[in-house]
Design a protein around this ligand. Structure first.
Ligand SMILES: C[S@@+](CC[C@H](N)C(=O)[O-])C[C@H]1O[C@@H](n2cnc3c(N)ncnc32)[C@H](O)[C@@H]1O
Length: 254
């Protein structure tokens, strides 16, 4: 049997096709087969000119391919192809289940390399023009998710992490904004803490809503089709001041 190929876990970046790294783009151009997430932009997939492209999930609340099946497909693909790309939204190493894929590949004796990508927290910060850290205001940042996967044994105390830092970015939390707000308020966070919800960061349709923690459940009032990150902290006071006292719908801007 010929030597198996290499699987590259490539970060596609937050959405805009030109936010992938040069290394990621080169690997896509050389790939024979690409397994990609649902959030990957069609323009990014176009970089994989010679590859067979296979969608393997995943969007919140929608059908997605089981992780074990994805792992097996990656192993099988590496036994048949020289360059296999697993293309993931944002950075592969953040809320992307990269660990499971890397472990499965190692167990199967397949070489695996990771190519970083721009995570959505950084793209959202760029869109807002507001730094996650600021001298005298914020010196600590945390990335958390309230989401707990099926069968996850370990307790997820994401709220403790948010309470312990100056700036927090919450992934996969917008669809349960009411729960996020009530858990954080129970933790003692101030009802007036500024929060910004950024949708579709880095894309032309990028938009944001600025509100307070107590008002956070109201983001359900705005129809959301794109992915959303929630940014919390005093660094967003200026964004909040710029948007208030407009009604929520009018506070949506680009
Ligand atoms: C499964 S996680 C993957 C995160 C990804 N690995 C990253 O580094 O951005 C998916 C979540 O990332 C966030 N997200 C991804 N792309 C986004 C974007 N363009 N704008 C805002 N949030 C985004 C949303 O919270 C979404 O529910």
């Amino acid at each position: 049997m010929a030597e198996p190929g290499t699987v590259y876990l490539v970060g596609a970046g937050p959405g805009a096709p030109d936010l992938i790294t040069l290394r990621g783009a080169r690997l896509l151009a050389a790939a024979e087969i690409v397994f990609h997430d649902a959030l990957v932009h069609p323009g990014t997939l176009e970089l994989a000119t010679r590859a067979e492209k296979i969608l393997v999930g995943k969007r919140c609340g929608r059908h997605s391919t089981a992780q074990r099946f994805i792992n097996k497909r990656l192993v099988d693909a590496a036994r048949a192809h020289r360059i296999v790309v697993r293309l993931k939204g944002g950075d592969p190493m953040l809320f992307g289940r990269a660990h499971e894929e890397i472990s499965a590949l190692r167990v199967a004796g397949i070489t695996c390399e990771v190519v970083p990508g721009v995570t959505s927290a950084l793209a959202a910060s760029a869109d807002l023009g507001i730094s996650l850290t600021q001298r005298g205001v914020s010196r600590s940042v945390v990335f958390v998710t309230p989401r707990v996967g099926d069968g996850e044994a370990r307790r997820n105390d994401w709220a403790a992490a948010v309470a312990a830092v100056d700036t927090a970015v919450i992934y996969m939390g917008a669809h349960e904004a009411d729960k996020v707000a009530s858990v954080l308020l129970d933790r003692g966070l101030a009802p007036g803490l500024p929060v910004v919800a950024v949708e579709s960061a880095s894309l032309p349709e990028s938009s944001y809503t600025a509100l307070t923690l107590a008002e956070l459940p109201r983001i359900a009032e705005t129809r959301r089709v794109g992915p959303v990150v929630l940014l919390l902290g005093d660094v967003y006071a200026a964004a909040l001041a710029a948007c208030l006292p407009l009604p929520l719908a009018a506070a949506l801007g680009t």
